[in-house]
Design a protein around this ligand. Structure first.
Ligand SMILES: NC(=O)c1ccc[n+]([C@@H]2O[C@H](COP(=O)([O-])OP(=O)(O)OC[C@H]3O[C@@H](n4cnc5c(N)ncnc54)[C@H](OP(=O)(O)O)[C@@H]3O)[C@@H](O)[C@H]2O)c1
Length: 252
């Protein structure tokens, strides 16, 4: 079960903390994986790292999800190299914490452009190919903040993730006739390098106290959900936000 042999997967944000773990897990299950984002050098380093562990075909390609011509170009490059694409993982994203009365709307716009429009732009470009072949799997990296509020200046980010959840459900409905599964992963705190820098020890302690398992997720916990949602074993699952959150959303 859960094998992805001969599948072509693209992980946008594939050199990020969660994107890299998803790309590695997809490759270990047999997929040919393209990792894509804006910084080619970082992607190439990550591709080498994944290749040394997974011994699989990993390709680094540049994309900026804010631009439709850029995601269309990514699709063209992938079709040229692999002739098809089966799995899209939107693992890109940004956060900028700002108390509500100090919200900088330039930053608000950048977060919405990256986290929401960026997901839709990628889904549109790759969705066209999947609609044509009447098959595809799309997995969006969302967050518990799409459904659970918190203090700490996270309004902008939470609003983007609530929007990603609804984009996920809407596309699942619109593209079900084409056999395309669209799901999201609702992650809570995952210990990535970026997050270690962003949260104070006090904040981490508070978040731990709200998690049933009293520990944070690992990138591999998220990658396992990604593999499942990408596999044929999840063919009957669509429009879902799969919470991998140590039980955070199960309680109050
Ligand atoms: N870590 C967590 O605890 C956590 C929890 C819940 C949800 N999430 C969600 O999971 C996703 C991944 O998080 P992460 O922790 O792995 O973040 P990360 O380490 O900061 O990686 C995010 C990646 O997104 C890429 N990116 C940003 N803007 C882009 C753009 N315009 N076009 C293409 N790529 C872009 C960046 O690469 P470049 O700079 O090269 O473009 C970066 O590698 C995000 O959506 C995040 O909100 C994370």
């Amino acid at each position: 079960m859960f094998r992805l042999d001969d599948k072509v997967a693209v992980v946008i944000g594939g050199a990020g903390g969660l994107g890299e773990a998803c790309a590695l897990a997809l490759a270990q299950q047999g997929a040919k994986v393209v990792i894509a984002s804006r910084t080619l050098e970082k992607l190439q380093d990550t591709a080498r790292k994944i290749q040394s562990v997974a011994n699989a075909e990993i390709t680094a390609m540049q994309v900026d999800v804010i631009s439709e011509s850029s995601t269309d170009h990514l699709v063209e490059q992938i079709l040229q190299k692999f002739q098809t694409v089966d799995i899209l993982v939107n693992a890109h994203g940004l956060n900028a914490k700002m108390p509500a009365i100090d919200i900088d709307f330039n930053k608000w716009d950048v977060l919405f452009a990256t986290n929401v429009k960026g997901v839709m732009v990628a889904c549109k470009s790759f969705g066209k190919v999947m609609i044509e072949k009447k098959k595809g799997k799309i997995i969006n990296l969302s967050s518990v903040r799409g459904i659970r509020g918190t203090d700490g200046g996270n309004t902008t980010y939470g609003a983007t993730k609530g929007a990603v959840d609804m984009v996920t459900r809407m596309l699942a409905a619109e593209w079900a006739p084409y056999n395309i599964n669209v799901n999201a992963i609702g992650a809570s705190v995952v210990m990535t390098e970026a997050l270690k820098k962003a949260l104070t020890p006090e904040r981490l302690q508070l978040l731990l106290s709200k998690t049933l398992f009293k520990k944070f997720a690992t990138p591999q916990d998220i990658a396992a959900a990604c593999v499942y949602l990408a596999s044929t074993e999840a063919d009957y699952v669509t429009g879902q936000i799969m919470y991998v959150d140590g039980g955070l959303t199960a309680i109050g």
